[in-house]
Design a protein around this ligand. Structure first.
Ligand SMILES: [Zn+2]
Length: 117
């Protein structure tokens, strides 16, 4: 079955009953009384990732998760509330696992000369 022309994916999914949206009031009641553990964990993660610079060219790095364009990395670890990311250099594209300090990919060699000029 195909979606009607002009129908968004969300409309299609809603019409087919694949996903049933939870009433926001019921959702609020369902989580009432539970402590939010994810927000503090996510803030701690952001501080952790922000402290890293590219070990090769010292540029800023961006998070990259498992299943991204290259399908590499570590996403979930037992005992962790948040997904783990790798860090990709914004300049030379070096890929670092900040949790193990292991360089996963060396990135673009030519950009090393640009960075160090
Ligand atoms: Zn770099």
């Amino acid at each position: 079955m195909t979606a009607k022309k002009g129908t968004t994916l969300q409309d299609f999914v809603r019409q087919r009953g694949v996903i049933q949206e939870l009433n926001p009031e019921l959702a609020r009641i369902a989580i009432q009384g539970y402590e939010d553990e994810i927000t503090p964990a996510a803030k701690a993660d952001e501080s952790f990732y922000r402290q890293f610079r590219c070990p090769r060219c010292k540029s800023e790095m961006s998070k990259e998760f498992l299943g991204g364009a290259r399908g590499v990395g570590v996403t979930w670890v037992d005992g962790s509330l948040t997904p783990r990311a790798l860090l990709r250099c914004n300049s030379c594209k070096l890929l670092l696992n900040p949790h193990t300090a292991m360089i996963v990919e060396m990135g673009i060699r030519d950009s090393l000369q640009k960075c160090s000029e």
